[in-house]
Design a protein around this ligand. Structure first.
Ligand code: Z5A
Ligand code: MG
Length: 209
């Protein structure tokens, strides 16, 4: 098969700070893969605001309803579990899955708000483990200069700083740091290089504690 050695699709995760350009680049990579490969890719954003639990999360982010911090954490996690079967089936067919945010956002945001590390990690244990995490690093000044910042309720500077700190602690050997201060074409080039260099294990792994 043209898709690596094992024939399965790759699980690619975009993570990083607010306004770092994750969604922009996730879409660009999707288009690139679909234009240049036979196997293709799908885009899976998290939170997935179309799925029932994701609709509640969307309403929370828009300040329409409230959640306790722990219930919110579990909602974000349940939102991912709702999509686990789809992710596994898609990977199995040889199609790549691009996730725009994933469990690392879940852990980092909840820890930044003061929730306990092991409690927070538990709800995502067993989810598919990404082959690669593209971590978008952007300076606070650049992020602030980009559109839309501050509209939703988690977009507060101090929280963002804490999230960035927690994200540092989550870095693993399959993480690639992307300099997201650069212009869109430069970032896209770096993302494509990372994509070309993904090393897939035979079977997709699972997230552990
Ligand atoms: N959250 C959580 O708490 N727990 C979880 O488990 C998960 C999420 C999964 C909503 O997420 C909130 O949920 C988020 C984390 C929390 N909290 N906050 N804040 P979301 O993913 O839906 O958030 P979003 O609304 O999509 O924003 P974002 O992800 O932070 O933005 P982005 O995707 O990184 O950036 P973008 O939309 O691609 O670009 C932002 C703007 O910059 C836009 O105007 C672009 O045209 C522009 N842009 C992009 N790239 C560039 C470059 N290179 N140069 C100049 N301008 C650029
Ligand atoms: Mg986004």
């Amino acid at each position: 098969s043209e898709n690596g050695t094992s024939g399965r699709g790759a699980l690619i995760v975009f993570e990083g700070m607010d306004r770092s350009g994750k969604s922009t680049q996730a879409r660009r990579l999707l288009n690139h893969i679909n234009a240049t490969t036979k196997h293709g890719a799908i885009l899976q954003p998290f939170p997935d605001r179309n799925e029932p639990i994701g609709q509640l999360i969307d309403r929370y982010l828009k300040r329409e309803i409230d959640f306790s911090e722990k219930a919110l954490h579990l909602a974000f996690s349940a939102n991912r579990w709702q999509k686990e079967p789809l992710i596994l089936e898609t990977i199995d067919k040889g199609v790549d899955v691009i996730c725009d945010r994933y469990a690392f956002s879940g852990v980092a945001y909840s820890m930044a708000k003061g929730l306990d590390r092991s409690w927070v990690r538990q709800s995502d244990v067993g989810l598919p483990r990404p082959d690669i995490v593209l971590y978008f690093e952007v300076s606070p000044e650049v992020a602030k200069s980009r559109g839309g910042f501050g509209e939703e309720r988690l977009e507060k500077e101090e929280l963002q700083r804490n999230v960035a700190k927690e994200m540092q602690g989550l870095r693993g050997e399959n993480w690639i740091i992307i300099n997201a201060n650069n212009d869109e074409d430069t970032v896209e080039r770096d993302v494509r290089i990372a994509y070309e260099n993904i090393i897939k294990t035979k079977e997709l792994g699972k997230l552990t504690e």
